[in-house]
Design a protein around this ligand. Structure first.
Ligand SMILES: Nc1ncnc2c1ncn2[C@@H]1O[C@H](COP(=O)(O)OP(=O)(O)OP(=O)(O)O)[C@@H](O)[C@H]1O
Length: 370
């Protein structure tokens, strides 16, 4: 799939903007804070109906404007697909083929993007929160149902935490609602955990040979999803549920002392092993970068397989962060098959042939010139 054109109205620092894109590589060049990431973000929002930078949609509307809009024509295998998302103080509306979608989960999945930004280079060393976000965003791309389940899980987590906070420091909870929420919470947690196990297994399948290739056959990458509760992927949902129930019983006293839920997918993590060593603890900077790159390339392959079409790749300020060898690997893999958007402050550090073959856009103070 690819994005044919884009129109922004009152989006971030763009009053109006209309662009046509190359089906191959599009490069946005400009100084800091001119609006390059805003364009990438708008493409991401078009895909996921939410920003990767903020959960507050109001921030996306241009200051002093009443509403903001992102519009694009996406070219899918079966033809042209107009998409539109608009934001106002009342909320957001998402349209597919000019028809408003009642649920956002009906909208998500029309356009698939893989975003690679500098923070992804910290995927391995960064906090577990960064890795959980990675898991959720990536599964969400291919499974809108997962996003729906996740929202439900977070709602139940909040409700359960609310009651725990009300009983903060007490010895026990005598509240029938707490039992009800806990039961529903466990059911929702199992759904999330199962999906994460399945996704990580698929991602591992693609990432391992890619990492092997980038490391010139020297490294074997292994990805492990690690539920904090010690759940095993081969267990049935009922076994997982009873295990979680038992774990929650075990930590109840501590939960009351702290007023928060201590077991569940909101506390889980990912572990990356290279040749049997934990990359987070023992990996060099280079190995961490290779791991992050392998994961992103694996995601592209995974979406190709699951969706039947290649996603669009968004490289926000990250290409010049990769050395020549990793850059070549990335660009050779996507050449001709994956529409790519790149932002950079300077063409220096980006391979000459990439710049030569790309459509170039200059970004300055919320305007774009070709
Ligand atoms: N809602 C908004 N309304 C108007 N302007 C905004 C809004 N949100 C952000 N901006 C402006 O957008 C600009 C930042 O744009 P962006 O994040 O795209 O920068 P960039 O060109 O990617 O820079 P860098 O290279 O530093 O990442 C800032 O000048 C900021 O003030």
């Amino acid at each position: 799939m690819r994005i044919d054109n884009l129109e922004l109205v009152n989006y971030r620092n763009y009053e109006t903007l209309k662009l046509d894109f190359s089906p191959e590589i599009n490069v946005f060049i400009g100084e800091n804070a001119q609006g390059k990431t805003n364009i990438m973000e708008s493409l991401y929002v078009l895909s996921m109906a939410k920003s990767h930078r903020t959960s507050n949609d109001k921030e996306l509307i241009r200051w002093d404007a009443e509403y903001g809009k992102i519009k694009a024509d996406v070219l899918r295998k079966y033809g042209k697909l107009p998409l539109e998302i608009s934001f106002s103080k009342k909320g957001k509306k998402a349209k597919v083929n000019h028809l408003e979608q009642r649920r956002l989960s009906d909208y998500i999945g029309q356009l698939n993007v893989v975003m690679f930004a500098p923070e992804d280079l910290h995927l391995v060393k960064g906090s577990p929160q960064v890795r959980r976000r990675f898991i959720d965003m990536e599964i969400g791309q291919i499974s809108p149902v997962y996003l729906h389940d996740l929202v439900n899980y977070q709602k139940l987590l909040k409700q359960r935490n609310h009651i725990l906070k009300q009983h903060y420091g007490k010895q026990a909870i005598n509240d029938v609602m707490f039992e009800v929420y806990t039961e529903q919470f466990i059911e929702a947690a199992v759904k999330i955990i199962q999906k994460r196990f399945q996704f990580m297994e698929l991602l591992q399948k693609w990432a391992e040979p890619i990492h092997h290739g980038i490391s010139r056959g020297l490294e074997k990458l292994e990805i492990r999803y690690q539920p904090i509760s010690g759940l095993k992927p081969e267990w049935t949902p009922a076994e997982m549920a009873s295990f979680l129930e038992q774990k929650l019983q075990e930590v109840k006293k501590r939960e009351l002392d702290r007023g928060v839920t201590l077991v569940g997918p909101h506390r889980d993590d990912l572990q990356f092993m290279v040749n049997g060593y934990d990359v987070q603890t023992y990996g060099s900077q280079g190995q961490q970068r290779t791991t992050a790159l392998s994961l992103k390339l694996a995601e592209i392959e995974l979406i190709k397989q699951e969706v039947g079409e290649a996603p669009v790749l968004l490289l926000d300020d990250v290409l010049s962060e990769l050395d020549d060898y990793r850059q070549s690997h990335l660009l050779n893999t996507i050449r001709g098959s994956v529409q790519t958007f790149v932002t950079t402050t300077s063409v220096e550090g980006i391979q000459h042939e990439t710049i030569q073959s790309a459509r170039l856009f200059e970004v300055s103070k919320g305007t774009v010139k070709e």
